[in-house]
Write a protein that binds this ligand. Structure first.
Ligand code: ADP
Ligand code: MG
Length: 595
């Protein structure tokens, strides 16, 4: 329950809505409790008319019409009360439920903002499904507490006080007997609700298994079809579906028990009221009308009471959800911007004895790296998969921080630079290309601030990335949709769109992480030629496993298992006749074979 404390700040923010809501609930219940009183008065009045009508020599028709008029007047007032009750109930919902929607909105945005602050290692530790659940499902469950649960509890409390007060004022003894079944009911309701909750949790869990199963089957449809495994996959689905059905049916059975139990207990209470009420009426202790009034009160109380079990489960669930949410909200972002001043970045990069170990896997990806790139120079990194090339690039973007040693930008510790300016001065083409489900033009324009990319610029960077001809070949040109509902680009095309996105920024520092791996050598040559023009005057880092990509760089470093094993210019490395030389020879031979 402590987890829910986090929400108190929100209740304070919306205190006026909340207080108004509570006021409206009170007014609504006030009219609700007043109405049955009218029934008593009607009875008393009609009794009076009947006894007058029994006297000899009276005009019976006159009496009847009088009685009817009285009844109609009471009925009218009763209707008015019911209307007022309903009206204020409407206002209650308009305040408390609306408040809960506002808080839901705020909470979602609080979580979203926190997500964006958290570092990449957080995203590696938690899967996407988990992140999504906390911002959607968990928040919805919390909202059920903020809205409905708060409303029902307030309603029950107000109603209880008003009804009990009213009943005690009329006849304490009768009140005692009438309320006798209530504890029994509370206990039964609680037990049945608990079972229902347990079963609905099971249903939910099974449903999520089913969804995951279906999701995976659809995204892996290509593999399933080519391996001709449709039947076995379908059988798995049937198995899970059957389990789901049996769980739902079991839930429905328990659910079906609920209403009859309540109705039975209401019936019991009503019988008690009528029986004891009649005994007291015979004794002249209460008026007959009181019996009718009490029957209505008992009915009024029971339904809110019956929801206690449900409401308490709402709160429990909300608490569990909020605890999950808090777990994320209370994580301190590892990488924080400490500098909010304006600054210009020259692009001088230096690594001083930098080592890096991935926090979650414990893999030592970089060992004692020393290197320097002067502004405008090109650094190339070559090495096998897993040698630490991408890790080095992430450190430049400050996506991770060095475990040991220091990364310097313009001769200052990179941690002291303004992070926003640092990242916006970098044009980064990641190894695993990601394109948004949007038009190609927008994917390229993503490199610039929203709305600041002109069509000319987009086209120019597409031309430089050698993707322009492909794009104009599509029916919709630059407006072609890519991703989920659009066309599927080839790996090389995606890489080139991603390059265009980076160079449109005209950044101080360019980082190309193995971004030509899926491009044929001829196009690669063309792109490299264009890039050399673009890279002039900018610090660039080119990562590749192909010698042809890196040969023109000012400096080449060869990484192996996180350490630099060779460095120098292309010619120097060739002369060394070491690893680089071998690699060069091997790749030359291969290309000649293909040629
Ligand atoms: N996010 C990560 N979390 C944990 N380990 C990682 C992560 N990324 C890479 N590694 C590991 O770090 C080492 C270097 O990886 P990486 O820098 O991607 O190499 P390269 O880019 O040269 O292929 C590899 O052993 C890899 O398994
Ligand atoms: Mg890599």
């Amino acid at each position: 329950m402590r987890a829910l404390k986090h929400l108190n700040a929100y209740f304070i923010r919306y205190k006026w809505m909340l207080l108004l809501g509570i006021l409206f609930i009170t007014i609504s219940n006030y009219f609700g409790v007043r109405a049955p009183e009218l029934i008593r008065y009607t009875f008393i009045d009609i009794e009076k008319w009947i006894s007058q009508g029994a006297e000899p020599g009276v005009d019976r028709n006159y009496i009847i019409s009088q009685a009817l008029t009285a009844a109609l007047v009471y009925a009218g007032i009763y209707m008015l009360y019911a209307l007022l009750k309903g009206l204020f109930l409407f206002f209650t919902r308009q305040t408390i439920i609306v408040m809960s929607r506002h808080i839901e909105f705020d909470l979602k945005n609080e979580i979203y903002a926190q997500y964006q602050k958290l570092s990449l290692s957080f995203y590696r530790r938690n899967n996407t499904g988990d992140l999504m659940n906390r911002i959607s499902e968990d928040v919805s469950r919390v909202r059920m507490y903020i809205g409905p649960a708060v409303m029902y509890i307030t309603n029950l409390a107000v109603l209880f006080v008003l009804v009990i007060y009213q009943m005690l004022a009329i006849n304490p003894e009768l009140t005692f007997y009438v309320l006798l079944p209530l504890p029994v009911m509370a206990f039964l309701v609680y037990t049945v609700s608990k079972r229902i909750n347990k079963k609905s949790e099971e249903v939910q869990a099974q449903q999520s298994i089913l969804t995951t199963h279906a999701q995976e089957a659809f995204s892996g449809i290509r593999v399933i079809k080519t391996f001709a495994r449709e039947d076995s996959i379908h059988n798995d689905f049937i198995k899970e579906s059957k389990l789901y059905r049996s769980k739902v049916l079991s839930l429905v059975r328990t659910d079906a028990l609920f209403a009859p139990v309540i109705t039975l207990l209401i019936g019991l209470s009503t019988i008690l009221t009528v029986y004891i009420g009649c005994l007291k009426a015979f004794d002249g202790e209460v008026k007959v009308g009181v019996i009718a009034e009490f029957v209505i009160y008992v009915n009024m109380l029971t339904w809110p009471f019956a929801t206690v079990g449900w409401v308490s489960s709402l709160i429990q669930r909300a608490a569990a959800s909020q605890e999950r949410i808090n777990e994320f909200l209370h994580i301190e972002p590892e990488i924080v911007n400490h500098n909010h001043n304006e600054m210009t970045i020259e692009g001088h990069l230096q690594f001083r004895n930098v080592s890096f170990t991935y926090p979650d896997s414990g893999i030592k990806a970089l060992r004692a790296i020393d290197l320097e790139v002067k502004p405008g120079q090109t650094l190339a990194i070559i090495g096998k998969t897993g040698s630490g090339k991408s890790t080095l690039a992430s450190l430049i973007c400050r996506l991770y921080e060095a475990t040991d040693g220091e990364v310097l930008l313009d001769k200052q510790d990179i941690r002291s630079a303004n992070l926003d300016i640092l990242r916006s001065s970098i044009g980064y083409v990641p190894q695993d290309v990601f394109l948004f489900s949007d038009t190609i033009a927008n994917n390229i324009a993503f490199g610039l601030k929203q709305g600041s990319a002109s069509q000319d610029k987009i086209v120019q960077s597409a031309k430089d990335a050698c993707i322009h001809d492909n794009i104009t070949g599509f029916k919709d040109g630059y407006e072609t949709l890519v991703g989920e509902r659009g066309i599927t680009l080839s790996g090389g095309q995606k890489q080139r769109v991603s390059i265009a996105r980076a160079i449109i920024r005209e950044p101080r520092i360019l980082i190309f992480d193995d971004c030509l791996s899926a491009v044929d050598t001829e196009t690669e040559d063309q792109i490299l030629k264009n890039l050399r023009r673009i890279m002039a005057g900018r610090t660039s880092v080119i990562i590749s496993h192909r010698v042809s990509t890196v040969r023109h760089a000012d400096k080449i470093i060869v990484l192996q298992q996180g350490s630099i094993i060779e460095q120098g210019s292309h010619q120097e490395l060739i002369d060394k006749k070491g690893y680089y030389f071998d690699l060069h020879r091997k790749q030359l031979l291969e290309s000649q074979k293909i040629g």
